[in-house]
Design a protein around this ligand. Structure first.
Ligand code: HEC
Length: 294
């Protein structure tokens, strides 16, 4: 007999590799608990012990059987058992079915005889594996979190929230002191303005419930600089009129986004002057009319 690895070594080794692969695969999904679980390890050990016992019994039976056979038969049987586990597995899957005689089915009425070839063993095994796979999938879907899309969604959703929280913690928000007009922010600011402000100021800032933001008249003059004044009002709201609420103070809009919105409002105030829109309210501030920023 040539080199042969016992199944109680072979099978646990293959299992270990599979478990290791699953482990690395599930690590990215935070599902490692299902694999490195006391029950998994317990079954792993039990399977190994059982395999060892089976192997020993098999070997004893095999030896007894050999003793009761003639020399020719003994050689034949030893030949069949030649090779290691993979070699025998290979023969079992691809070769052994060829020895079978092909059955013929007589249809009778049309005289056609059909060859009833046996399905290849590898094909049958593949089919059986799909059944096992679907059973595992079916039960795990019904009874545990694994492969349940709702639970998966929940986990992914919480993960995202956590990431956002960490991101916000690590991203310093600008304040009125260091905020400044930036051309690059105009487009982003426009989107944010449309989402948060257009209901009262119209999307072009020409005003409806709230005042026209594109003219030179201002009700609230709190800062020396126009950009900062806009930032101030979005952060603190209006003292005169609570309809213009404190978006920044209340936490509704973060400092970085207020900087973007302010850039947009500053931009439209400087560039989109038209006679249309809501009638001027408040005072004209001459300092701001001549002010320009890059
Ligand atoms: C619910 C309606 C409403 C919303 C939403 C709103 N505003 Fe206002 N806004 C007002 C009103 C009303 C005033 C006038 C306040 C006053 O009389 O002092 C105002 C005033 C302002 C002013 C000062 C104008 C001035 O002449 O003093 C600015 C700047 C401004 N809003 C920007 C914004 C921005 C930017 C947003 C979005 C983040 C926004 N507003 C959202 C209603 C609103």
């Amino acid at each position: 007999m040539r080199y042969k690895v016992s199944s109680f070594i072979m099978i646990p080794s293959i299992l270990s590799i599979i478990i290791y692969m699953l482990y690395t695969f599930f690590e990215s999904y935070n599902r490692v608990n299902y694999i490195v679980h006391p029950i998994t390890i317990f079954f792993f050990i039990v399977i190994t012990i059982l395999l060892f016992v089976l192997e020993s019994i098999n070997y004893l039976i095999f030896k007894k059987r050999l003793e009761s056979l003639s020399v020719d038969e003994r050689i034949k049987i030893l030949d069949e058992n030649e090779g290691n586990y993979f070699h025998r597995l290979y023969r079992f899957i691809f070769i052994e079915q060829n020895n079978e005689k092909v059955k013929k089915i007589d249809h009778g009425f049309d005289g056609i005889i059909e060859l009833d070839n046996k399905l290849p063993v590898w094909w049958v095994h593949l089919f059986l594996i799909t059944i096992v796979f679907s059973a595992i999938y079916f039960f795990s879907y019904l009874f545990i979190d694994y492969s349940n899309p709702y639970k998966e969604y929940d986990i992914a959703y919480k993960d995202q929230l956590k990431k956002i929280e960490i991101f916000e913690k690590n991203t310093p928000q600008v304040t009125i002191e260091n905020a400044s007009f930036k051309k690059d922010f105009i487009n982003n600011g426009k989107t944010l303005f449309e989402e948060n402000c257009s209901t009262c100021h119209k999307s072009d800032g020409s005003g409806s419930i709230g005042p026209n933001l594109t003219d030179d008249y201002w009700i609230n003059i709190k800062e020396k600089d126009l950009f900062k004044n806009i930032y101030y009002i979005i952060w603190n709201g209006s003292e005169n009129n609570p309809t213009m609420r404190a978006f920044g103070k209340s936490g509704e809009i973060k400092g970085n986004d207020i900087e973007k919105i302010s850039s947009y409002v500053y931009f439209i105030n400087k560039n989109k002057k038209s006679s249309e829109g809501k009638a001027p309210q408040g005072k004209k501030n001459l300092d701001w009319i001549n002010e320009t920023k890059q």
